[in-house]
Design a protein around this ligand. Structure first.
Ligand code: ZN
Ligand code: MN
Length: 507
């Protein structure tokens, strides 16, 4: 680590669940509807209305909790699986009930972990690291205030479509130590929750939101110390909000860590320390690249939590847990490890492939099995299919070249990369089969006998190059190789070189 301190990061992530309806009422859970069209007495907080828990939300949350290796509601003094709802009281214009139904002391899941992969050496090696999950609980979302952003002080409007949308709040342990690790954690959460169908995790639409808790540990050099905690000075916690992209998360953390160190160095009185100052809430201003202090936060007692009287507690059963586990499918990290073991992929190749999602992995496996060579299948997909998908803005599921056709193309198509690209393009854009595409690209199938004949012909036609080579000019043989390649489009370069070597040294 280059910095003279350690960054300590914990992330709090909120994801909206992919349910049809809201958490406690039958209103649609859908982004982009006309303002206030998806509302009812329950989510508007009208007196006398009563919430009813959405079973689908609970199932999705349970699936996510299991994927995060959490314990399901194991609370001392309570029966296994016992969890309840609590009211978190606060007033805000986008919260018409004046409280949020959330979970406080008995969350439905806790004590988990998520393994992330941190790129050690960019693009080469990935090192796994386990990030602790303190808890994951269910709660309802608030509505949305739409402020006048022109700066002319116009009215703020309130859209309550989002009020009551199911949210899963995932609180990590402070186990991340760099902006890159924080981003890797978010990428893994997003990939995993998408793959298991829990959330679409669209940061732009607010279905994944993230707050970062950051401070730094500065080693204290030369002090007498007995405990590990006196080995370093910890700066006060800051919680950064308004992070609306993964890039912003990384920038904000890097900025904040640097700011902490500067303030620490100026702080002769030793006041800028964890435990001596209240936690600060700061907003990230992405355009200016700085954090702006919003308030100094009190502890949770602020919210006057109490058990929600309108909802019965939930007891999660072993059958529900088994069903959620069965619905989960293969998780990304397990999938990477399997692909490495089964197809000999590198950690990097497995990382790239799995990040593309399950459909792409299935495509890869079909190609690799037909070809009997996973490494080559992965390489060719990287060279040809990923760029084509990006260019065509297309999903693998509608890609016109089937895995069987692609495997045949790899096996029997041109061996050199430029010809391969040309033939692939013809197959893709004109729907030609391999033979027709090769013919159109002017590529002949050549066996070694034919190539050797071509080499002999080129030797006969280039006496000057041959003489130069025999008088010691190694490089002269490239003229022969070039002549053969020119006359035999698609011939594998390394075979031609070998044949030229053989024939020239025959004497
Ligand atoms: Zn409603
Ligand atoms: Mn929350």
């Amino acid at each position: 680590m280059a910095e003279p301190y350690k960054i300590v990061i914990g992330l709090e992530v909120h994801v909206q669940l992919l349910t049809k309806t809201k958490l406690f009422c039958g209103c649609k859970n859908q982004f982009g509807l006309p303002p206030n069209s998806a509302t009812c007495p329950v989510c508007l907080g009208l007196p006398g209305s009563l919430p009813v828990m959405n079973q689908q939300a609970f199932e999705l949350a349970l699936r996510a909790a299991l994927a995060l290796n959490c314990q399901i509601a194991t609370h001392p003094g309570y029966p296994p699986g016992f969890t309840k709802w609590d009211r978190k009281n606060y007033y805000y214009p986008d919260l018409p009930k004046n409280y949020q139904i959330s979970q406080y002391d008995l969350p439905f899941s806790h004590n988990g972990w998520l393994e992330i992969n941190v790129a050690k050496d960019p693009k080469k090696e990935y090192v796994p690291k386990k990030i602790g999950i303190i808890r994951a609980h269910l709660e309802e979302d608030a509505g949305k205030n739409l402020h006048d952003e022109s700066g002319r002080g116009g009215d703020t409007l309130v859209d309550l479509n989002r009020a009551g949308t199911p949210l899963l709040e995932i609180v990590s342990a402070p186990d991340m130590n760099s902006p890159e690790e924080a981003i890797a954690y978010l990428e893994e959460i997003r990939l995993m929750l998408r793959e298991i169908g829990v959330s679409d995790c669209e940061m732009q639409e607010g279905s994944l939101r993230c707050d970062a808790n950051v401070n730094i540990h500065v080693p204290v050099i030369g002090t007498q110390h007995a405990t590990e905690h006196s080995d370093f000075h910890a700066t006060p916690l800051v919680e950064i909000k308004n992070l609306n992209s993964f890039r912003a998360v990384g920038r904000a953390i890097a900025y904040e860590a640097k700011r902490h160190y500067e303030q620490y160095l100026q702080d002769r009185a030793g006041r800028f320390r964890f435990g001596k100052m209240l936690k600060t809430t700061a907003g990230w201003d992405d355009a200016r690249g700085i954090t702006v202090v919003q308030r100094h936060k009190e502890e949770a007692a602020d919210y006057r939590y109490f058990p929600e009287p309108d909802l019965v507690p939930v007891v999660v059963t072993a059958e529900q847990i088994a069903a959620a586990r069965a619905a989960m499918g293969e998780l990304p990290q397990a999938q990477r490890q399997r692909l490495m073991a089964q197809y000999g992929l590198s950690a990097y190749d497995a990382q790239v492939l799995v990040a593309k999602g399950r459909a792409t992995v299935a495509y890869f496996e079909a190609v690799a099995q037909a070809l009997g060579d996973g490494k080559t299948a992965a390489n060719r997909m990287s060279d040809l299919i990923y760029p084509a998908l990006a260019e065509r803005k297309e999903a693998i599921t509608t890609f016109p070249i089937s895995p069987a056709t692609f495997a045949d193309f790899i096996k029997n198509g041109p061996a050199n990369s430029q010809d391969r690209r040309d033939v692939f393009q013809l197959m893709l854009t004109q729907g030609l089969d391999l033979a027709a595409a090769k013919a159109q690209a002017g590529i002949k199938d050549l066996d070694e006998t034919a190539l050797r004949a071509a080499v002999l012909a080129a030797i006969a036609a280039n006496p000057k190059a041959v003489a130069d080579f025999r008088s010691g000019k190694e490089a002269a043989k490239m003229a022969i190789v070039g002549a053969v390649m020119k006359a035999n489009k698609g011939a594998p370069n390394e075979v031609v070189r070998r044949l030229v070597d053989e024939e020239l040294t025959k004497g």
